[in-house]
Design a protein around this ligand. Structure first.
Ligand code: UD1
Length: 327
């Protein structure tokens, strides 16, 4: 199968590329390197420097003929999207429409979207299934929902197939150490905790300890990127084989609190990571946990690497290695 990954040099895309390459597919990586790294691109994949807002470049690369396009080229900082919505409309929405319409033009009829649990917004019940109402709390989540809706229209009007994979909290690194690039300026909890463990920052701010959760801190469903990557391979096979679209959650189905993440990181790194209680961050729900029953039933997907220790230790190995390289 020939698979083109838009945004394939980023944190999640790199792991998705490895999963397709591991089973012998032909992989192209299209990335503008705004947050991705060329060093993340496997020598077995072909790299195309380009921006999804550049219609001519997108068209040129798609004209080479691809079976599946995976769309991971998006900004993803929920907090920033509330301050700079223009940045998110332009890249996430306009860029996606260029990419989707060029896929249609060049006969790439299977599109996999990196979607998000942020499409659901404040949970009305837990665990969240795919029938949960979509009511994003932040503009980032809205952009993902908007792309899903456009894919559904293009599926109806132009006969494409799409898979919207609603990730919960992506975390961890390839357990065999094949990805070594760190995310730049991370805002997510685990990389922030790792930076504190490495001395790259003084402390971790815990955003609220008065939530109605067991220990008062926010609870999330952390899913290992290698499991997410496997979900893309299974979704690609599903689209090609069944000629049908799907929307599925990809989550570990277990909730971990901020405190549990910090405590496990202290244990695994051996560093007494400093944590400072801070006010809640706007728009953060108390608890988000998925049910992935649909992914299991339809795709035969199951999380295998998403336990707390594998997530933290695989991330720590990469941070530690980068720290040692610098010293
Ligand atoms: C958010 C989005 C998610 C998206 C992800 C990508 C929502 C509801 N969720 O996840 O869909 O895919 O960003 O970036 O929009 N925390 C701290 N201190 C920190 C950082 C985080 O205490 O320095 C806490 C947060 O309050 C939260 C948990 O850690 O309880 C996880 O936060 P984070 O890693 O930022 O992810 P989400 O906000 O859950």
């Amino acid at each position: 199968m020939k698979v083109l990954l838009f945004g394939g040099a980023g944190y999640i895309g790199t792991h998705v590329a490895l999963a397709f390459l591991d089973r012998g597919d032909t992989v192209g990586i299209f990335d503008n390197l705004s947050s991705g790294l060329e060093s993340n691109v496997s020598p077995k994949a072909k790299f195309y420097l380009g921006d999804i807002l550049d219609r001519e470049r997108v068209s040129e690369v798609l004209s080479e003929g691809w079976d599946v396009a995976v769309h991971l080229a998006a900004f993803k900082a929920a907090g920033e999207s509330m301050i700079k919505p223009e940045k998110y409309s332009e890249n996430n929405i306009t860029g996606s429409l260029i990419m989707i319409t060029e896929c249609v033009k060049h006969g790439c009829k299977n599109i996999i979207l990196s979607s998000s649990a942020a499409t659901y917004g404040e949970p009305k019940y837990l665990p969240i299934d795919e029938n949960h109402p979509t009511n994003p709390e932040n503009y980032y989540g809205y952009t993902k929902l908007c792309i899903e809706e456009n894919l559904a229209w293009y599926a109806k009007l132009k006969g494409i197939n799409f898979a919207a994979l609603r990730y919960f909290n992506a975390a961890g690194y390839d357990t065999t150490g094949r990805m070594t690039g760190l995310e730049r300026n991370p805002a997510n909890l685990i990389p922030v905790v790792m930076e504190a463990a490495c001395g790259m920052r003084d402390h971790v701010a815990i955003f609220g300890d008065d939530y109605p959760t067991e220990d008062g801190t926010g609870v999330r469903d952390y899913v290992h990127v290698t499991d997410l990557a496997d979900g893309h391979v299974k979704a690609a096979d599903y689209l090609v084989k069944n000629n049908k679209s799907l929307i599925v959650n990809l989550g570990s189905e277990s909730g971990l609190s901020v405190k549990q993440i910090v405590d496990a990181s202290r244990r695994i790194t051996g560093v007494d990571i400093k944590a400072v209680m801070s006010p809640r961050r706007a728009g953060d729900p108390a608890k988000l946990v998925a049910t992935s029953a649909k992914a299991k039933e339809i795709l035969g997907w199951e999380a295998k690497y998403s336990d707390l220790d594998t997530i933290i230790s695989s991330t720590w190995n990469v941070y530690k290695m980068n720290m040692e390289k610098k010293n």
